[in-house]
Design a binder for this molecule. Structure first.
Ligand code: AGP
Length: 624
């Protein structure tokens, strides 16, 4: 999830006195929410390609440009990075150069087969200055440009894209072709901006909204070439294609949120991509898990005797979901510990213990201190983290990054689903190493996981149903959430979301626990969400949870039920039913959580609260 901008302008154009650098820097400023690990620009000047790039926020690049200016130019590309392969550094910042410095490229996405391509290019005599998948794509494009592509950038981009696997938006310029920017997209966003005597490219419309509101949407596997007075679209084989022109009605602020009212809502709707991108590149075509990125020896991993998950808040609930999945698949005991409690309870750790920390920010002090303590006790440490190069992964033996992209809203949503996905990936990998699951079983589970993004989208497509429920409850003062098995951490997360952003007392319970005390809370009209498991399968807890619904309903509760599609048995006991698509029980949290996120987001909005920056909270709690 990076910010990308491209620009070409005709000399003597009549629209504005801006040049390439003005446009690119303004676009990157508006796109910085998409990533802020590093930033860079490249322009075509009199003496060819010139670029500047710096780690850190955009301001570092601007300071660099003041100290070391670029020449005036009307052709340029710019990038603000959210690191996936290779930590935040000047070297790993984009653009990356190739063809003897004559070609510059920027990229958003993950190129799955970059390791094979890198070996192929090394064997061909090329060298690399960075650890990134992007530089591999740039060198590949440069090689094709110089040999097979007839020194035509668009043709070369077509041939290069035929070799790439994964998700990518690529922009490239070459000094042989001033006034031309060529771009390609597969599974990553890219949109064209149309001006008078100038044209634009952006990860989204906020990249050029200050200069034009005429935009063209591109389709999958397409290449677009922009010049000052023209844009041409083809597929990856040179066949002409059409884009869909539209007018951007959003104001600039709304554009940064993708047209949504808040970053939180935007990030809820980003979840299909967050899950898909976190799965990407972590299994092969035969359904074998491939976690080459883990720096813990496979034999050590195969020999672990216990897993302890360390996390806080929402991330701890992701760990609670992981407990069910990993214990079921791997037969390894999994303890989930709140980081701030862990090191004060004199825990039992040894070399057979694998510590799995889960943290979106990678800076949560409670979790960092717990990981340090565990390392001192001799445990192996693995970080599941969404922020490349942050402290916790840096201090861990290994890291499994989630690829949810920057999560701006304080209330975590897409990172939560990405964390759960990453724990499933880890669990399947451990099961493969230890022989707990046959490859066929892993392949089946992966197939179910690959269906999840579309199923999340199915839920999102019906968001208005949930929003309407929230709008009907503006005066709610207390909401309870019930769930069993993996539905229990979902209930806990649903309660946390409501507390965090709507400032309403909310509490999650294991549904079976209610009769041991909490049911005394139920009085007439008490709203109770119930996450109901699938009725399918021999061990279904469905009938028990339906009994729990009846227990609270008999005492006046307003029962709000999240159930699996086709489950009509719940309808007689529910004021409100929202169905999520069928999926295996262990994967259900990836679907059942979404309505609860939407409910909290809408109710907070209805109450007029700042959804993205709720009171008393910080996005990363860097104090103990
Ligand atoms: C979740 O909505 C909250 N913002 C909070 O509970 C958060 O999950 C917790 O502070 C842990 O943060 P981390 O994932 O960055 O470590």
């Amino acid at each position: 999830m990076c910010g990308i901008v491209g620009y070409v302008g005709r000399p003597g154009k009549t629209t504005g006195d801006h040049g390439a650098l003005d446009v690119v820097l303004e676009g990157l400023r508006r796109l910085e929410y998409r990533g802020y690990d590093s930033a860079g620009v490249a322009v075509l000047g009199e003496s060819g390609v010139e670029s500047r790039k710096k780690a850190g926020k955009l301001v570092n690049l601007i300071n660099e440009l003041e100290a070391n200016p670029l020449p005036e130019s009307l052709t340029g590309i710019g990038h603000t990075r959210w690191a996936t392969h290779g930590g935040p550094s000047d070297n790993n910042a984009h653009p990356h150069l190739a063809d003897g410095g004559k070609l510059a490229m920027i990229h958003n996405g993950i190129i799955e087969n970059f390791a094979d391509l890198r070996q192929e290019l090394l064997a061909a005599g090329y060298s690399f200055a960075s650890e990134t998948d992007t530089e591999v794509a740039a060198v590949l494009l440069g090689d094709i440009y110089a040999h097979a592509g007839g020194r035509d950038l668009a043709t070369s981009m077509q041939l290069a894209c035929q070799r790439l696997e994964g998700a990518f938006t690529l922009l490239a310029v070459h000094e042989d072709q001033p006034g031309v920017v060529v771009a390609a997209r597969r599974n990553s966003p890219l949109v064209v901006g149309l001006g008078e005597g100038e044209n634009f490219l952006g990860s989204d419309v906020s990249g050029f909204i200050d200069f034009t509101r005429r935009a063209v949407e591109l389709g999958q596997d397409q290449i677009v070439t922009i010049t000052p007075d023209h844009h041409a679209i083809t597929d990856f084989y040179g066949n002409p294609a059409e884009g869909t022109e539209f007018h951007v009605d959003w104001d600039a602020a709304a554009a940064e949120k993708g047209g949504f009212d808040s970053f939180m809502e935007k990030e809820i709707f980003d979840q299909p991509a967050a899950v898909a991108d976190t799965l990407l590149g972590r299994y092969d075509v035969d359904g074998r898990m491939t976690l080459d990125e883990l720096r813990i020896d496979a034999s050590d991993l195969a020999g672990i005797s216990k897993i302890i998950v360390l996390a806080c808040g929402t991330s701890a609930y992701a760990g609670s979901v992981a407990k069910y999945a990993i214990e079921h698949w791997c037969r390894i005991p999994v303890e989930v510990e709140l980081s701030h409690e862990f090191r004060y309870r004199d825990p039992i750790l040894d070399a057979g213990t694998l510590i799995v920390s889960i943290s979106q920010s990678g800076e949560t002090m409670d979790t960092l201190m717990a990981v340090r303590y565990a390392k001192e006790q001799g445990a192996k440490t693995l970080s599941i983290c969404n922020t490349n190069g942050s402290t916790i992964p840096r201090e861990s033996d290994a890291v499994l990054y989630t690829h949810a992209g920057p999560e701006i809203a304080v209330a975590s949503t897409k990172a939560f689903l990405a964390q759960i996905t990453a724990t499933y990936v880890l669990g399947l990998y451990l099961a493969q190493l230890r022989g707990n699951l046959f490859s066929g079983q892993i392949k089946d589970i992966l197939a179910d996981l690959q269906d999840i993004p579309a199923k999340i989208q199915d839920v999102l497509d019906r968001a208005d149903v949930i929003k309407e429920l929230a709008r009907s409850m503006p005066d709610a003062t207390s909401v309870l959430f019930l769930g069993r098995h993996v539905g229990y951490p979902v209930a806990m997360e649903g309660a946390l979301k409501l507390k965090e952003i709507a400032y309403i007392h909310a509490e999650g319970f294991a549904a079976g626990e209610l009769k041991h005390g909490p049911i005394a809370l139920i009085d007439d009209g008490q709203p109770v969400f119930v996450v109901v498991p699938s009725p399918r399968g021999r061990h279904s807890l469905h009938s028990k949870v339906v009994s729990n619904i009846q227990e609270v309903r008999a005492r006046g509760a307003k029962t709000l039920v999240i159930a699996e599609a086709g489950d009509e048995a719940v309808r007689d006991y529910a004021e409100f039913v929202f169905h999520v698509p069928e999926t295996p029980t262990l994967l259900m949290p990836l679907l059942a959580t979404v309505p609860l996120q939407l409910f909290a987001c809408e109710l907070a909005s209805v109450k007029g609260f700042d959804v993205d920056q709720p009171r008393n909270l910080a996005k990363s709690v860097t104090v103990e």
